[in-house]
Design a protein around this ligand. Structure first.
Ligand code: C2E
Ligand code: CA
Ligand code: CA
Length: 562
């Protein structure tokens, strides 16, 4: 019995798989006819040059690695995938199973293009063609799992296209799509074939790279540089060139004991830090950032109970009339009497309260507390107004006006003695909503101040469009008033414009007599700053005397004590 030579030949000729023998130089020496059917090349053409010439450039490196592995000291059968060029110039995916016997290769390949294309549709982002979130996360998982076995670190980079909303606004969604596609392409081009670029939805990409050295061309810094390089050239769209920047957050894994999701979360923390520095920055997650995150989480947890535990305070800083030096009103400023850390200014916790949404109940409380204090002052016969800060979060609440109305009703203070301070950025977040809210407040009789004025780029334009009564010149302009002619010009311009529009101007942060004198010369009507009084508890606010007799009695009493 036994198979005759004819049977083997028939099998070879009719096999639906691609069968091949190749020599040590990498030339095919024997191919079955199926090759011609799949790739379109004649068998002679396929055998005329090293088969690597037919392999997709991105797959050459991996193919060579597999060859080296199978011909190494422990020869084995290798299984790998690569793309082969057809005669029509398209690529077909082949799944190889090959064995080296010391003199030649025997290989079987399957055409898996259809399967690959199906995978592509479910695992790739429809817009950009790069890996989708699920696939990119899987790749990161796999890279982390390999950490124990292969040398070098793995890295997760979150890449955020800065200001995509603005691009969508000015270039339309088609423009935004073009930008995203260009960035995806450039990232893919600039990274190594084994690296993964994935889209995490919206304007965010995840880049996974592994086998990273401690420095040099294959270090983390080099990868960051390559990612940033994707944003270097402007992107052509239908409406012209668009310049985009990208922010990058990086988390590095060196041991296989981390979770892909955790690494992505760390990269996200780093990304947020990068974004806080402006556009086009990169930050690497490190021990200091981890500590900061822990600290923030702790503080957020404590802040959640601070209101109920009565740890929050409102302090008041006088707003002083230039004409006669009297206190016309006070700005209410939040403080947190932290059980371990002592009295904290908003700089230490306001961001957390805003991110968390806690600023909404806290802000409502500040407003009530301020109204209560105002009612108490009014009961003593003092005619003051109180300014209360309102954050963007509060301004975006549907019931904000109702919250204000309730505070007024419950304390019985007139709306005209309340001024609400909003910043330009808070307004800009949702300009239409903010405008509506401000108009509604105005109808109640409440005054509105534009806080930190001058910091926003387009301040003067907004001043005209917004329903505001008061403009507060930012502290930074007052600080350099004496030395900087430029800052003086800004303040002068604001004063001129404001008076023409019937607005009141308050200069913030007046600390020195020099600043005070200049502001007076310029005709600034109201000032606020350490020169006149720091923010203090209500009982310590120095207020105009109710009558002269009381004043004399107080002086006598003070003398007696002194
Ligand atoms: P702001 O509204 O610009 O308030 C003025 C800040 O400048 C206050 O800081 C005040 O203490 C400080 N300041 C006043 N005069 C001077 C001066 O002469 N020199 C210097 N160097 N600083 C002066 P504070 O109290 O730390 O508040 C910081 C910011 O926190 C406020 O800036 C405001 O944006 C926010 N904030 C305070 N309370 C609240 C609140 O109840 N709700 C909201 N949403 N934000 C608040
Ligand atoms: Ca303010
Ligand atoms: Ca301010």
């Amino acid at each position: 019995m036994g198979s005759s030579k004819g049977d083997v030949e028939r099998f070879f000729d009719r096999s639906p798989d691609l069968l091949a023998i190749a020599d040590r130089r990498g030339y095919f020496t024997c191919l079955n006819p199926e090759w011609e059917a799949v790739l379109g090349w004649s068998l002679e053409e396929l055998s005329a040059e090293p088969f690597l010439n037919f392999v997709h450039p991105e797959d050459v490196e991996r193919t060579c690695q597999e060859i080296a592995r199978a011909t190494g000291p422990n020869p084995c059968t290798t299984r790998y995938e690569n793309r082969f060029r057809t005669r029509d110039g398209v690529w077909r995916w082949l799944l190889w199973s090959a064995r080296w016997d010391g003199t030649e290769w025997s290989a079987v390949a399957k055409d898996i293009t259809t399967r690959k294309e199906l995978e592509r549709h479910t695992l790739h982002d429809a817009l950009t063609g790069v890996a989708n979130r699920a696939l990119a996360t899987d790749r990161l998982d796999a890279a982390i799992a390999r950490l124990g076995r292969s040398a070098g670190a793995a890295v997760a980079l979150l890449v955020d296209v800065d200001d995509l909303t603005t691009i969508n606004d000015t270039h339309g969604h088609v423009g935004g799509d073009i930008v995203l596609r260009a960035i995806a392409d450039r990232l893919t081009e600039r990274l190594r074939a084994a690296d993964t670029v994935g889209r995490f939805g919206g304007d965010r990409f995840l880049v996974v790279a592994e086998g990273l050295a401690d420095g040099g061309a294959h270090g983390v810094e080099a990868v960051i540089e390559r990612v940033h390089g994707a944003f270097a050239r402007p992107i052509p769209t239908r409406h012209g060139l668009v310049t985009v920047t990208g922010s990058v957050g990086v988390a590095v894994a060196r041991q296989p004991d981390v979770d892909a999701e955790d690494l992505i979360r760390d990269a996200d923390v780093a990304l947020r830090r990068a974004k806080s520095l402006g556009r086009g920055h990169a930050e690497v997650f490190d021990a200091a950032l981890a500590e900061e995150v822990k600290h923030r989480l702790e503080l957020a947890a404590q802040l959640r109970g601070a209101l109920q535990r009565g740890e929050l305070r409102v302090v008041f800083q006088p707003l002083v009339s230039m004409a006669d030096g009297t206190t016309m009103g006070c700005e209410a400023l939040l403080r947190w009497n932290h059980p371990d850390r002592g009295l904290l200014a908003p700089g230490a916790f306001l961001r957390i309260a805003e991110d968390d949404g806690l600023i909404v109940p806290i802000g409502a409380w500040v407003l009530e507390e301020s109204c209560r204090q105002l009612a108490a002052w009014r009961a003593q016969g003092r005619d003051l107004w109180v300014s209360v800060n309102v954050s963007a979060r509060q301004l975006g609440q549907v019931d904000f006006v109702a919250v204000v109305e309730r505070a007024l009703r419950e304390t019985g203070v007139p709306a005209s003695s309340i001024c609400l301070e909003v910043t330009e950025t808070a307004v800009l977040r949702r300009p239409d909503v903010a405008r509506e809210v401000l108009l509604a407040l105005r109808r109640l009789g409440i005054r509105v101040a534009l806080d930190d004025f001058g910091l926003g780029y387009s301040s003067l334009t907004h001043l005209k469009a917004l329903p505001v009564d008061v403009v507060k010149v930012d502290r930074s302009f007052v600080a350099d008033l004496v030395d900087s002619t430029q800052d003086r010009a800004v303040v002068e311009a604001v004063l001129t414009l404001a008076s023409r529009m019937g607005l009141t101007v308050i200069a913030e942060g007046v600390e020195t007599v020099g600043q005070d004198e200049l502001l007076r010369e310029m005709g600034c009507p109201v000032v606020q700053g350490y020169l006149y009084g720091r923010p203090v508890p209500a009982a310590e606010v120095v207020l105009p005397d109710l009558d002269a007799d009381a004043d004399r009695d107080d002086d006598l009493a003070a003398e007696a004590v002194g």
